[in-house]
Design a protein around this ligand. Structure first.
Ligand SMILES: *Cc1c(COP(=O)(O)O)cnc(C)c1O
Length: 450
Protein backbone atom coordinates (compact mmCIF):
# COMPACT_ATOMS: atom_id res chain seq x y z
CA UNK A 1 0.00 0.00 0.00
CA UNK A 2 1.32 3.48 -0.83
CA UNK A 3 2.28 5.84 1.96
CA UNK A 4 -0.58 8.20 1.14
CA UNK A 5 -3.06 5.34 0.97
CA UNK A 6 -2.03 4.06 4.36
CA UNK A 7 -2.67 7.44 5.99
CA UNK A 8 -5.98 7.82 4.21
CA UNK A 9 -7.26 4.47 5.45
CA UNK A 10 -6.34 5.24 9.02
CA UNK A 11 -8.03 8.64 8.73
CA UNK A 12 -11.28 7.31 7.35
CA UNK A 13 -11.66 4.88 10.24
CA UNK A 14 -12.05 7.60 12.89
CA UNK A 15 -11.87 11.17 11.60
CA UNK A 16 -15.06 13.07 10.72
CA UNK A 17 -14.04 15.94 8.46
CA UNK A 18 -15.50 19.46 8.52
CA UNK A 19 -17.93 20.68 5.88
CA UNK A 20 -17.75 17.31 4.11
CA UNK A 21 -20.16 14.63 2.92
CA UNK A 22 -17.91 11.80 4.05
CA UNK A 23 -19.33 9.46 1.37
CA UNK A 24 -17.62 11.68 -1.22
CA UNK A 25 -14.37 10.12 -0.09
CA UNK A 26 -15.40 6.82 -1.64
CA UNK A 27 -14.54 8.43 -4.96
CA UNK A 28 -12.70 11.60 -4.10
CA UNK A 29 -9.43 10.77 -2.30
CA UNK A 30 -8.40 12.69 0.76
CA UNK A 31 -5.11 14.49 0.40
CA UNK A 32 -2.82 13.70 3.32
CA UNK A 33 -0.30 16.44 3.97
CA UNK A 34 3.03 15.72 5.59
CA UNK A 35 4.65 19.13 5.56
CA UNK A 36 4.22 22.71 4.43
CA UNK A 37 6.78 25.22 3.26
CA UNK A 38 5.91 28.71 1.99
CA UNK A 39 2.99 28.40 -0.43
CA UNK A 40 3.62 24.67 -0.82
CA UNK A 41 1.87 21.74 0.81
CA UNK A 42 3.51 18.35 0.36
CA UNK A 43 1.98 14.88 0.74
CA UNK A 44 3.62 11.67 1.98
CA UNK A 45 4.93 10.76 -1.46
CA UNK A 46 6.48 14.09 -2.34
CA UNK A 47 3.60 15.50 -4.46
CA UNK A 48 3.24 19.24 -3.97
CA UNK A 49 0.33 21.67 -4.07
CA UNK A 50 0.30 25.47 -4.14
CA UNK A 51 -2.05 26.48 -1.32
CA UNK A 52 -4.11 28.94 -3.40
CA UNK A 53 -6.84 29.14 -0.75
CA UNK A 54 -4.46 29.86 2.13
CA UNK A 55 -5.76 26.77 3.95
CA UNK A 56 -9.29 28.20 4.23
CA UNK A 57 -8.24 31.86 4.13
CA UNK A 58 -6.05 31.83 7.21
CA UNK A 59 -2.46 31.67 5.99
CA UNK A 60 -0.75 34.98 5.26
CA UNK A 61 3.01 34.48 5.17
CA UNK A 62 3.39 30.89 4.10
CA UNK A 63 3.66 27.60 5.91
CA UNK A 64 6.57 27.09 8.30
CA UNK A 65 7.33 30.79 8.32
CA UNK A 66 10.68 31.15 10.13
CA UNK A 67 9.75 34.32 12.02
CA UNK A 68 6.50 32.91 13.32
CA UNK A 69 8.03 29.53 14.13
CA UNK A 70 10.63 31.26 16.21
CA UNK A 71 8.03 33.44 17.98
CA UNK A 72 6.22 30.27 19.03
CA UNK A 73 9.41 28.63 20.27
CA UNK A 74 10.26 31.67 22.35
CA UNK A 75 6.79 31.94 23.83
CA UNK A 76 6.47 28.30 24.88
CA UNK A 77 9.73 28.58 26.82
CA UNK A 78 8.15 31.43 28.80
CA UNK A 79 4.46 30.67 29.29
CA UNK A 80 2.13 28.42 27.31
CA UNK A 81 -1.13 29.44 28.95
CA UNK A 82 -2.65 31.07 31.97
CA UNK A 83 -6.19 31.95 33.01
CA UNK A 84 -7.00 35.48 31.78
CA UNK A 85 -9.55 36.25 34.50
CA UNK A 86 -7.78 37.85 37.42
CA UNK A 87 -4.41 37.19 35.73
CA UNK A 88 -2.67 38.68 32.73
CA UNK A 89 0.48 38.33 30.62
CA UNK A 90 2.64 40.42 28.33
CA UNK A 91 1.62 38.97 24.95
CA UNK A 92 -2.06 39.80 25.49
CA UNK A 93 -1.23 43.31 26.72
CA UNK A 94 1.10 44.09 23.87
CA UNK A 95 -1.25 42.58 21.29
CA UNK A 96 -4.09 44.74 22.60
CA UNK A 97 -1.92 47.85 22.42
CA UNK A 98 -0.87 47.04 18.88
CA UNK A 99 -4.37 46.18 17.66
CA UNK A 100 -5.74 49.44 19.02
CA UNK A 101 -2.90 51.27 17.26
CA UNK A 102 -3.64 49.81 13.81
CA UNK A 103 -7.42 49.42 13.97
CA UNK A 104 -9.82 52.10 12.71
CA UNK A 105 -9.99 55.06 15.10
CA UNK A 106 -12.03 54.78 18.28
CA UNK A 107 -11.66 51.03 18.83
CA UNK A 108 -9.84 50.90 22.13
CA UNK A 109 -10.87 47.76 23.98
CA UNK A 110 -10.00 44.19 23.01
CA UNK A 111 -11.87 41.07 24.08
CA UNK A 112 -10.53 37.66 23.07
CA UNK A 113 -12.01 34.34 22.00
CA UNK A 114 -10.60 31.43 20.07
CA UNK A 115 -12.26 31.35 16.65
CA UNK A 116 -14.26 33.52 14.30
CA UNK A 117 -17.71 32.21 15.21
CA UNK A 118 -17.02 32.84 18.89
CA UNK A 119 -15.95 36.39 18.10
CA UNK A 120 -19.32 36.93 16.42
CA UNK A 121 -21.13 35.51 19.45
CA UNK A 122 -19.16 37.90 21.67
CA UNK A 123 -20.06 40.92 19.52
CA UNK A 124 -23.77 39.96 19.45
CA UNK A 125 -23.92 39.45 23.19
CA UNK A 126 -21.99 42.63 23.92
CA UNK A 127 -24.19 44.73 21.66
CA UNK A 128 -27.40 43.40 23.17
CA UNK A 129 -25.98 43.71 26.67
CA UNK A 130 -24.83 47.28 26.03
CA UNK A 131 -28.37 48.32 25.15
CA UNK A 132 -29.77 46.47 28.16
CA UNK A 133 -27.26 48.15 30.45
CA UNK A 134 -28.22 51.47 28.87
CA UNK A 135 -31.90 51.05 29.69
CA UNK A 136 -32.93 49.91 26.20
CA UNK A 137 -34.04 46.30 26.74
CA UNK A 138 -36.40 46.41 23.75
CA UNK A 139 -33.39 46.33 21.48
CA UNK A 140 -32.86 42.65 20.78
CA UNK A 141 -32.89 42.17 17.01
CA UNK A 142 -30.03 42.05 14.55
CA UNK A 143 -29.91 43.00 10.88
CA UNK A 144 -27.78 41.06 8.42
CA UNK A 145 -27.27 41.08 4.65
CA UNK A 146 -28.59 38.44 2.31
CA UNK A 147 -25.91 35.90 1.32
CA UNK A 148 -23.80 36.75 4.37
CA UNK A 149 -21.74 34.29 6.40
CA UNK A 150 -20.62 34.71 9.99
CA UNK A 151 -19.74 31.21 11.19
CA UNK A 152 -21.32 27.98 12.35
CA UNK A 153 -22.24 28.25 16.03
CA UNK A 154 -25.97 28.82 16.48
CA UNK A 155 -25.83 32.58 16.97
CA UNK A 156 -23.37 33.10 14.14
CA UNK A 157 -25.31 30.71 11.91
CA UNK A 158 -28.55 32.57 12.61
CA UNK A 159 -26.85 35.73 11.48
CA UNK A 160 -25.62 34.19 8.26
CA UNK A 161 -27.72 33.72 5.13
CA UNK A 162 -26.11 30.93 3.12
CA UNK A 163 -28.92 28.40 2.87
CA UNK A 164 -26.61 25.42 2.31
CA UNK A 165 -25.29 25.80 5.85
CA UNK A 166 -28.34 27.30 7.52
CA UNK A 167 -31.60 25.77 6.33
CA UNK A 168 -31.27 22.44 8.16
CA UNK A 169 -30.91 24.16 11.52
CA UNK A 170 -33.47 26.92 10.97
CA UNK A 171 -35.81 25.72 13.76
CA UNK A 172 -32.96 26.20 16.27
CA UNK A 173 -32.01 29.71 15.23
CA UNK A 174 -32.97 33.18 16.43
CA UNK A 175 -34.78 35.33 13.92
CA UNK A 176 -32.88 38.11 12.20
CA UNK A 177 -33.90 40.90 9.83
CA UNK A 178 -32.30 40.50 6.42
CA UNK A 179 -31.54 43.42 4.13
CA UNK A 180 -30.58 42.81 0.49
CA UNK A 181 -26.86 42.51 -0.13
CA UNK A 182 -25.18 45.28 -2.17
CA UNK A 183 -23.51 42.43 -4.11
CA UNK A 184 -22.36 43.92 -7.42
CA UNK A 185 -22.85 40.66 -9.31
CA UNK A 186 -26.60 41.18 -9.08
CA UNK A 187 -26.51 44.66 -10.63
CA UNK A 188 -28.66 45.52 -13.60
CA UNK A 189 -27.05 45.88 -17.05
CA UNK A 190 -25.42 49.30 -17.22
CA UNK A 191 -25.52 49.80 -13.47
CA UNK A 192 -22.22 50.49 -11.66
CA UNK A 193 -21.01 48.88 -8.43
CA UNK A 194 -21.72 52.12 -6.66
CA UNK A 195 -25.21 52.47 -8.11
CA UNK A 196 -26.33 49.01 -7.11
CA UNK A 197 -24.91 49.53 -3.60
CA UNK A 198 -26.86 52.78 -3.21
CA UNK A 199 -30.03 51.21 -4.56
CA UNK A 200 -29.77 48.29 -2.13
CA UNK A 201 -29.03 50.65 0.70
CA UNK A 202 -32.52 52.14 0.41
CA UNK A 203 -33.98 48.95 1.86
CA UNK A 204 -31.48 48.99 4.74
CA UNK A 205 -32.42 52.60 5.44
CA UNK A 206 -36.11 51.64 5.50
CA UNK A 207 -35.52 48.76 7.92
CA UNK A 208 -33.56 51.01 10.26
CA UNK A 209 -36.09 53.82 10.04
CA UNK A 210 -38.98 51.52 10.88
CA UNK A 211 -37.44 49.17 13.44
CA UNK A 212 -34.45 50.86 15.04
CA UNK A 213 -36.13 50.86 18.45
CA UNK A 214 -35.83 47.06 18.46
CA UNK A 215 -32.49 46.73 16.65
CA UNK A 216 -29.19 46.24 18.48
CA UNK A 217 -26.83 46.13 15.52
CA UNK A 218 -26.27 45.63 11.82
CA UNK A 219 -23.66 42.99 11.02
CA UNK A 220 -21.75 43.01 7.75
CA UNK A 221 -18.74 41.47 6.06
CA UNK A 222 -17.04 44.60 4.70
CA UNK A 223 -16.50 44.56 0.89
CA UNK A 224 -16.45 40.79 0.29
CA UNK A 225 -18.99 38.12 1.22
CA UNK A 226 -16.45 35.34 1.12
CA UNK A 227 -18.34 32.14 1.98
CA UNK A 228 -21.29 33.48 -0.02
CA UNK A 229 -19.23 32.98 -3.19
CA UNK A 230 -16.71 35.83 -2.99
CA UNK A 231 -19.43 38.32 -3.86
CA UNK A 232 -18.14 41.89 -3.65
CA UNK A 233 -19.50 45.39 -3.25
CA UNK A 234 -18.60 49.04 -3.34
CA UNK A 235 -17.30 50.75 -0.16
CA UNK A 236 -19.97 53.45 -0.48
CA UNK A 237 -22.42 51.01 1.10
CA UNK A 238 -20.32 50.96 4.27
CA UNK A 239 -20.07 54.72 4.59
CA UNK A 240 -23.84 55.08 4.10
CA UNK A 241 -24.42 52.33 6.64
CA UNK A 242 -22.12 53.96 9.20
CA UNK A 243 -23.98 57.20 8.80
CA UNK A 244 -27.40 55.53 9.15
CA UNK A 245 -26.34 53.54 12.21
CA UNK A 246 -25.29 56.81 13.84
CA UNK A 247 -28.56 58.49 12.97
CA UNK A 248 -30.72 55.64 14.27
CA UNK A 249 -28.68 54.65 17.32
CA UNK A 250 -27.76 51.17 16.10
CA UNK A 251 -24.38 49.46 16.42
CA UNK A 252 -22.34 48.49 13.38
CA UNK A 253 -20.53 45.17 13.70
CA UNK A 254 -17.82 44.63 11.08
CA UNK A 255 -16.96 40.98 10.57
CA UNK A 256 -13.43 41.26 9.18
CA UNK A 257 -12.63 37.68 10.12
CA UNK A 258 -11.90 36.82 6.47
CA UNK A 259 -11.17 40.23 4.92
CA UNK A 260 -8.96 41.68 7.65
CA UNK A 261 -5.17 41.75 7.55
CA UNK A 262 -4.63 42.94 4.03
CA UNK A 263 -6.94 40.65 2.07
CA UNK A 264 -8.82 43.43 0.30
CA UNK A 265 -5.80 45.64 -0.36
CA UNK A 266 -5.89 47.66 2.86
CA UNK A 267 -5.05 46.35 6.31
CA UNK A 268 -8.75 46.41 7.18
CA UNK A 269 -11.51 46.57 4.60
CA UNK A 270 -13.34 49.29 6.60
CA UNK A 271 -10.48 51.67 5.76
CA UNK A 272 -11.66 51.82 2.15
CA UNK A 273 -14.90 53.39 3.32
CA UNK A 274 -13.14 55.56 5.91
CA UNK A 275 -15.33 54.20 8.69
CA UNK A 276 -14.93 52.81 12.20
CA UNK A 277 -17.42 50.15 13.30
CA UNK A 278 -18.61 49.84 16.90
CA UNK A 279 -17.34 46.26 16.95
CA UNK A 280 -14.56 44.82 14.81
CA UNK A 281 -14.32 41.01 14.73
CA UNK A 282 -10.95 39.54 13.79
CA UNK A 283 -9.65 36.00 13.46
CA UNK A 284 -8.22 33.90 10.57
CA UNK A 285 -5.27 36.07 9.44
CA UNK A 286 -4.84 37.39 12.98
CA UNK A 287 -2.46 34.48 13.59
CA UNK A 288 -1.33 34.18 9.95
CA UNK A 289 -2.82 30.70 9.72
CA UNK A 290 -1.10 29.23 12.75
CA UNK A 291 -3.39 29.09 15.75
CA UNK A 292 -7.04 29.58 16.70
CA UNK A 293 -7.44 33.05 18.16
CA UNK A 294 -9.97 35.81 17.69
CA UNK A 295 -10.46 39.33 18.96
CA UNK A 296 -13.41 41.69 19.23
CA UNK A 297 -12.43 45.34 19.36
CA UNK A 298 -14.89 47.90 20.59
CA UNK A 299 -15.09 51.48 21.79
CA UNK A 300 -14.43 52.85 25.23
CA UNK A 301 -17.99 54.19 25.22
CA UNK A 302 -19.40 50.66 24.98
CA UNK A 303 -16.91 49.37 27.54
CA UNK A 304 -18.04 52.02 30.03
CA UNK A 305 -21.63 50.76 29.93
CA UNK A 306 -20.40 47.54 31.59
CA UNK A 307 -18.11 49.24 34.13
CA UNK A 308 -19.85 49.40 37.51
CA UNK A 309 -20.03 47.87 40.99
CA UNK A 310 -20.18 44.07 40.92
CA UNK A 311 -23.64 43.93 42.51
CA UNK A 312 -25.21 45.78 39.60
CA UNK A 313 -24.53 42.67 37.47
CA UNK A 314 -23.60 44.74 34.46
CA UNK A 315 -20.35 42.90 33.77
CA UNK A 316 -19.76 40.91 30.60
CA UNK A 317 -19.53 37.44 32.14
CA UNK A 318 -18.40 35.65 29.00
CA UNK A 319 -15.29 33.51 28.70
CA UNK A 320 -13.62 30.68 26.83
CA UNK A 321 -11.09 28.32 28.39
CA UNK A 322 -8.34 29.51 26.08
CA UNK A 323 -9.25 33.21 26.06
CA UNK A 324 -6.16 35.25 25.19
CA UNK A 325 -3.85 32.24 24.92
CA UNK A 326 -0.26 33.54 25.15
CA UNK A 327 1.09 31.44 22.27
CA UNK A 328 -1.71 32.65 20.03
CA UNK A 329 -1.05 36.24 21.09
CA UNK A 330 2.70 35.87 20.47
CA UNK A 331 1.96 34.60 16.95
CA UNK A 332 -0.44 37.49 16.33
CA UNK A 333 2.21 39.95 17.50
CA UNK A 334 4.80 38.48 15.15
CA UNK A 335 2.21 38.67 12.36
CA UNK A 336 1.83 42.39 13.05
CA UNK A 337 5.62 42.75 13.16
CA UNK A 338 5.85 41.24 9.68
CA UNK A 339 3.27 43.74 8.40
CA UNK A 340 5.29 46.53 10.01
CA UNK A 341 8.72 45.41 8.76
CA UNK A 342 8.04 44.07 5.29
CA UNK A 343 5.87 46.55 3.43
CA UNK A 344 3.29 43.84 2.88
CA UNK A 345 0.40 46.01 1.70
CA UNK A 346 2.48 47.67 -1.05
CA UNK A 347 3.89 44.33 -2.18
CA UNK A 348 0.37 42.88 -2.29
CA UNK A 349 -0.67 45.60 -4.73
CA UNK A 350 1.81 44.18 -7.22
CA UNK A 351 0.64 40.64 -6.58
CA UNK A 352 -2.99 41.72 -6.96
CA UNK A 353 -2.21 43.33 -10.32
CA UNK A 354 -0.43 40.17 -11.38
CA UNK A 355 -3.48 38.09 -10.41
CA UNK A 356 -5.71 40.41 -12.48
CA UNK A 357 -3.43 40.25 -15.52
CA UNK A 358 -3.02 36.49 -15.34
CA UNK A 359 -6.75 35.79 -15.74
CA UNK A 360 -7.71 38.76 -17.94
CA UNK A 361 -7.93 36.48 -20.98
CA UNK A 362 -10.83 34.60 -19.33
CA UNK A 363 -13.15 37.61 -19.27
CA UNK A 364 -14.57 36.81 -22.71
CA UNK A 365 -15.00 33.12 -22.03
CA UNK A 366 -18.59 32.07 -22.78
CA UNK A 367 -18.98 30.47 -19.36
CA UNK A 368 -17.28 33.12 -17.28
CA UNK A 369 -20.03 35.36 -15.89
CA UNK A 370 -17.66 37.72 -14.14
CA UNK A 371 -14.14 38.16 -12.89
CA UNK A 372 -14.08 40.33 -9.79
CA UNK A 373 -11.39 41.36 -7.37
CA UNK A 374 -10.76 43.25 -4.15
CA UNK A 375 -6.99 43.20 -3.56
CA UNK A 376 -5.75 39.71 -2.79
CA UNK A 377 -9.11 38.06 -3.41
CA UNK A 378 -9.88 37.30 -7.04
CA UNK A 379 -12.97 35.34 -8.08
CA UNK A 380 -14.13 33.88 -11.37
CA UNK A 381 -17.83 33.04 -11.46
CA UNK A 382 -18.79 30.28 -13.89
CA UNK A 383 -22.24 30.51 -15.45
CA UNK A 384 -24.28 28.34 -17.75
CA UNK A 385 -25.41 31.28 -19.82
CA UNK A 386 -23.29 34.41 -20.01
CA UNK A 387 -25.92 36.78 -21.36
CA UNK A 388 -28.34 36.50 -18.45
CA UNK A 389 -25.88 34.97 -15.96
CA UNK A 390 -27.90 31.79 -15.44
CA UNK A 391 -25.98 29.64 -12.98
CA UNK A 392 -25.08 26.02 -13.55
CA UNK A 393 -27.34 23.87 -11.35
CA UNK A 394 -25.49 23.30 -8.06
CA UNK A 395 -26.12 19.54 -8.27
CA UNK A 396 -23.73 19.35 -11.22
CA UNK A 397 -20.83 20.30 -8.96
CA UNK A 398 -18.83 21.82 -11.77
CA UNK A 399 -16.44 23.61 -9.45
CA UNK A 400 -15.42 20.22 -8.10
CA UNK A 401 -13.98 19.34 -11.51
CA UNK A 402 -11.68 22.33 -11.25
CA UNK A 403 -10.60 21.17 -7.81
CA UNK A 404 -9.85 17.67 -9.07
CA UNK A 405 -7.97 18.92 -12.10
CA UNK A 406 -5.93 21.37 -10.02
CA UNK A 407 -4.72 18.55 -7.77
CA UNK A 408 -3.11 16.92 -10.80
CA UNK A 409 -1.36 20.21 -11.56
CA UNK A 410 0.30 20.96 -8.22
CA UNK A 411 -2.47 23.29 -7.08
CA UNK A 412 -5.03 23.45 -4.31
CA UNK A 413 -7.95 25.40 -5.81
CA UNK A 414 -11.17 24.77 -3.92
CA UNK A 415 -14.09 26.54 -5.60
CA UNK A 416 -17.21 27.62 -3.72
CA UNK A 417 -19.89 26.04 -5.89
CA UNK A 418 -19.37 27.58 -9.31
CA UNK A 419 -17.05 30.29 -8.07
CA UNK A 420 -13.37 29.71 -8.58
CA UNK A 421 -11.09 31.96 -6.59
CA UNK A 422 -7.52 32.78 -5.67
CA UNK A 423 -6.87 33.88 -2.11
CA UNK A 424 -3.20 32.94 -1.79
CA UNK A 425 -0.64 33.52 0.95
CA UNK A 426 1.15 36.83 0.44
CA UNK A 427 4.46 35.04 -0.19
CA UNK A 428 3.24 33.68 -3.52
CA UNK A 429 5.39 34.66 -6.53
CA UNK A 430 4.18 36.10 -9.86
CA UNK A 431 5.32 32.91 -11.55
CA UNK A 432 3.22 30.80 -9.18
CA UNK A 433 0.24 33.09 -9.79
CA UNK A 434 0.61 32.56 -13.54
CA UNK A 435 0.74 28.82 -12.97
CA UNK A 436 -2.52 28.99 -10.99
CA UNK A 437 -4.13 31.01 -13.77
CA UNK A 438 -3.07 28.42 -16.32
CA UNK A 439 -4.45 25.61 -14.15
CA UNK A 440 -7.68 27.56 -13.63
CA UNK A 441 -8.08 28.02 -17.40
CA UNK A 442 -7.63 24.31 -17.99
CA UNK A 443 -9.99 23.52 -15.12
CA UNK A 444 -12.67 25.81 -16.50
CA UNK A 445 -12.58 24.01 -19.86
CA UNK A 446 -13.14 20.70 -18.08
CA UNK A 447 -15.80 22.16 -15.81
CA UNK A 448 -18.02 23.62 -18.54
CA UNK A 449 -18.03 20.52 -20.74
CA UNK A 450 -21.30 18.54 -20.68
C1 LIG B 1 -14.58 32.00 8.61
C2 LIG B 1 -15.52 33.08 8.94
C3 LIG B 1 -16.19 33.13 10.16
C4 LIG B 1 -16.11 32.03 11.19
O1 LIG B 1 -14.82 31.82 11.68
P1 LIG B 1 -14.47 30.38 12.29
O2 LIG B 1 -13.11 30.57 12.86
O3 LIG B 1 -14.49 29.42 11.12
O4 LIG B 1 -15.49 30.04 13.30
C5 LIG B 1 -16.98 34.24 10.43
N1 LIG B 1 -17.12 35.22 9.54
C6 LIG B 1 -16.49 35.21 8.35
C7 LIG B 1 -16.67 36.37 7.43
C8 LIG B 1 -15.69 34.14 7.99
O5 LIG B 1 -15.13 34.08 6.78
Amino acid sequence: MSLNQHIIERDLKHVWHPCTQMKDHETLPLVPIKRGQGVWLEDFEGNRYIDAVSSWWVNLFGHANPRINSAIRNQIEQLEHVILAGFTHEPVIELSERLVEIAPAGLERCFYADNGSSAIEVALKMSYHYWRNSGRPRKKNFVNLSNSYHGETLGALALGDVSLYKDTYQPLLMEVITAPSPDAFTREPGESWEEVALRRFEEMERILAEQHEEICAVVVEPLVQCAGGMRMYDPIYLSRLRDACNRYGVHLIADEIAVGFGRTGTLFACEQAGISPDFLCLSKGLTAGYLPLSAVLTTDHIYQAFYDDYETLRAFLHSHSYTGNPIGCAVALETLNIFRDENVIAHNRELAQCMADSVAHLADHPHVGEIRQHGMILAIELVKDKANRTPFPWQERRGLRVYQHALTRESLLRPLGNVLYFMPPYVITPEQIRHLAQVASEGIELAVKD
